[in-house]
Design a binder for this molecule. Structure first.
Ligand code: B12
Length: 208
């Protein structure tokens, strides 16, 4: 009998979750389908946290379990593509330390042949600008999970425009709290809350 992954994750049943992920990967299930189910579990945890039913310790337990499952899933996301199809700079903006979704998207993007320069989390505006200047990426990606991350993204995009660099680069925003409204506010070219859709958008940006 198969385990309800979102529910098992949201109630921290580590053995059940890890066994189920192993079983499905051995059965050649699409790894991104598993990620989506785990993401649903994280959404439940977030909703319970919003309602005050869960506390920070529960957020941390779920994040830890999610990270452990990703260690199993990530090797399966690595494609066989060796040709580089484009360059990307990505980071989580200043004030935001969430990295799980960013790291999933990076695994997917690398697997598809992108050269990814990961700036990490809590990244100041200046560090994004420096990286764009040095790496000269095709794409700048932001991963944002809290609302305070919106303003720094907007400042990066505005500064690129002031320097005359905005037209040379595509900007994409991802992360659970983002929306079409956030895309407009930041001045990005695209937005998504799904790594696979994000990859399709990035591929289209580089004509692949
Ligand atoms: C896990 C978690 C944590 C963990 C983070 C661990 C870590 N290492 O990342 C911990 C416990 C540390 C944490 C801390 C906090 N958190 Co928190 N957290 C979450 C939680 C439950 C899940 C986030 C997550 O990992 N989701 C799973 C991933 C896979 O989804 P995802 O990030 O959306 O990524 C997917 C896509 O969006 C996409 N993607 C992601 N990035 C990118 C980038 C690009 C370019 C592309 C194309 C695609 C892409 O790909 C991924 C796969 O499909 C969310 C609730 C939620 N519903 O999201 C709250 C949540 C984000 N946290 C929240 C809050 C408030 C906090 C704290 C302030 C709590 C506190 N009082 O201290 C702190 C903030 C610390 C800080 N300064 O950043 C709020 C934010 C509310 C808001 N509107 O701003 C949320 C929404 C919970 C809630 N409902 O209130 N948190």
């Amino acid at each position: 009998m198969s385990t309800n992954l979102p529910e098992a994750l949201a109630t921290f049943k580590a053995d059940l979750v890890l066994d189920e992920v192993h079983r499905r990967l051995d059965g050649d299930e699409d790894p991104m389908a598993i990620v989506r189910e785990l993401q649903d579990g994280m959404k439940t945890v977030g909703d319970l946290f919003s309602k005050g039913d869960y506390f920070l310790s529960e957020l941390m337990m779920s994040a830890d379990l999610f990270t452990r499952t990703m260690a199993l899933i990530e090797p399966k996301l690595d494609g066989l593509v060796k040709e580089t199809i484009g360059k990307m700079v990505i980071g989580t903006p200043k004030g935001d330390i969430h990295n799980i979704g960013k790291d999933i998207f990076i695994a997917v993007a690398k697997g598809a042949g992108f050269e990814v320069h990961d700036l990490g989390v809590d990244v100041p505006v200046e560090k994004f600008l420096e990286a764009v200047d040095q790496v000269k990426p095709d794409i700048l990606g932001f991963s944002a999970l809290i609302t305070t991350a919106f303003e720094p993204m907007k400042v990066v995009v505005e500064t690129l425009a002031e320097k005359g660099l905005r037209d040379n680069i595509k900007v994409i925003v991802g992360g659970g709290v983002t929306s079409a409204t956030v895309k407009e506010y930041v001045g990005a070219d695209a937005q998504t809350i799904d790594a696979v859709q994000g990859l399709d958008l990035c591929r289209s940006f580089v004509g692949k």
